[in-house]
Design a protein around this ligand. Structure first.
Ligand SMILES: [Zn+2]
Length: 338
């Protein structure tokens, strides 16, 4: 089979890789329906995360079950399935507490930009749809497996409540999906921080009520201005840089909460400042599995359409162009079709 392999920064190739096969009785193998390039894939692509040796790429997937291991009874060959970038048995203590992305048997997905994918912990990870969904819904279901699940976690961690004010820092696919989540969870005012016109447009379409294009302390000042000078109830940090984290912490009101889901790179939080801010802080890899049944249902019924974050569709074999387009910010998110 063929899949994407990163050889060095800026060098992603579509080439022959080892066939996906059942290695443990808890595995499944799926045939990829659609996959995509993630904003976090750009960290190694840009050399921020070093690439020691060539390795496969991709952690987002929806597909058709091809084969299951002897201990997998929850899904069967032929079914359409949605999963998560973090696999989980869904039975251990952390899973039962709803933090499946801290599963004691967790394995992160890392080979999904390929024709077939091995899914560890398939029994607890995969959720099958009742029927094969219409192909037009595949991008939305793919978004559920990572970016919507992660945006949802940002809103959940920041305790977005009906009638509240939410700020979303970051206008990548996760940030835009965080706008959807804030809206669905009842936020009345949603302030999206974005300086790109096409992304601002999508944020408004997804439910943002205000756009702030300033960054840093200027952005914070605008947010304060829009919130009677005290800050927002909930801030959803979807970038992972020092600046975005500072912007998020300073935009929350005393007693408010920041949910941070951008993987932090060189982010340091000042303990004393946090102490006196009275701001609650929670983040981490999203427990997408907890949200899957609900989010799949919202996509299938058409109440949300996160598939709109894909503004570029390419054949899987042109995966390298997907990376280039996202690196050069010509695309928000690239959808790849085998
Ligand atoms: Zn577990």
């Amino acid at each position: 089979m063929r899949g994407a392999v990163i050889h060095a920064p800026g060098d992603v190739r579509f080439e022959t890789v080892d066939d996906a096969k059942i290695l443990k009785p808890t595995d499944a193998v799926i045939r990829t329906a659609v996959t995509c390039v993630c904003g976090s894939d750009l960290w190694p692509y840009r050399g921020v995360v070093p690439t020691g040796h060539a390795h496969p790429m991709g952690h987002e997937y929806v597909g058709f079950v091809e084969e299951v291991g002897s201990e997998v009874t929850a899904v069967r060959p032929g079914q359409f399935v949605v999963g998560s970038f973090a696999t989980s048995d869904n039975t251990c203590a952390n899973c039962r507490n709803g933090f499946q992305s801290s599963c004691l048997n967790r394995e992160f997905m890392s080979t999904c930009q390929a024709e077939y994918v091995r899914i560890p912990n398939a029994q607890g990870t995969l959720v099958a749809t009742e029927d094969i969904p219409d192909e037009r819904l595949w991008p939305g279901l793919l978004a559920v497996s990572d970016v919507l699940g992660t945006g949802w976690w940002a809103a959940d961690a920041a305790e977005v409540k009906p009638g509240s004010t939410a700020v979303v820092v970051g206008d990548g696919a996760v940030g835009l999906c965080a706008v959807i989540a804030a809206k669905e969870l009842g936020a009345e005012r949603i302030i999206a921080m974005s300086r790109h016109e096409s992304r601002q447009k999508l944020a408004l379409e997804f439910g943002a009520t205000d756009i702030v294009s300033e960054r840093g302390e200027d952005g914070v000042a605008r947010v304060k201005n829009l919130t009677d000078g005290i800050g927002a109830d909930s801030v959803l940090e979807c970038v992972g840089t020092e600046q975005s984290m500072r912007q998020a912490l300073h935009s929350a009101r005393p007693g408010g909460n920041v949910g941070f889901v951008g993987v932090p790179h060189d982010v340091a939080v000042d303990g004393q400042e946090l102490f006196y801010s009275h701001v609650g802080l929670r983040g981490g890899p999203a427990p997408v599995r907890r949200y899957l049944p609900d989010l799949i249902d919202r996509v299938l019924t058409g109440s949300v359409d996160p598939g709109k974050v894909f503004d570029l569709t390419l054949p899987l074999e042109q995966v390298a162009e997907g990376y280039r387009a996202m690196d050069e910010r010509r695309a928000i998110k690239a959808l790849l079709k085998p």
